[in-house]
Design a protein around this ligand. Sequence first.
Ligand SMILES: [Zn+2]
Length: 249
Amino acid sequence: LQTDETLPLLASETVEKQTKPKPLHTESSLLSAMEHCGREIGDGQLRTAIREAGIGTPATRAAVIETLFARNYIRRDKKNLVPTEKGLAVYDTVKDKKIADVEMTAAWEDTLAKIETGEADAPSFRRDIEVYTAQIVAELLSATLDVAPSGEQCTCPKCKKSRILFFDKVAKCADVDCGFTLFRNKGGKVLTDKQIVGLVTTGRTPLVKGFRNREGRSFDAALVLNPDFTIGYSFPDRKPQGEKSGRKR
Ligand SMILES: [Zn+2]
């Protein structure tokens, strides 16, 4: 080959491929990631500081993971640790905040090391920590956590802006000023997330079997969202067996 030589291009082709996500953590890979988290830090000095410390200590790292289980942020799938909807919602809320910034921990370790050697002043470090604590508490208090355990997402029918949050007993608008709330308990049944999504988005559900009236008698009905945002029954046109009349709203 010669410098500046021009060669003919014989063929070219584009190939469509997909990147692979990082594999899920196992307990041991997560422990190791906590120990060696400094690899992700850009700043050389901070990276050195955390390299020696990592997140937590050998004695506390396992307990940190146990806490993630206890709070239902992760679950086990064979050896893998899988984040739950709740865990991902918490992550979404805190990921850009100081409390989730591993560089903060690194900066502390760096300062602590400097206090040891007399290069930094302990009382001023303490004051910094106090300021930091006040900041993260303020940050966390102002954070709104959207937890939709089912992963269902729909927009509030009342304000038509905010999301509906699903809880054990109610589904309600994320905006407290809007105040839209649906109770899951209806006619002796507990409405599923899917039924609530149907109600909220289309104004009604398909026929639901096995409601009970006050006398304990069983009946079938579709649910409808009333104009005042309460839940009503809509009875099928044909007379259901065991019911005297088909009532329609
Ligand atoms: Zn709303």
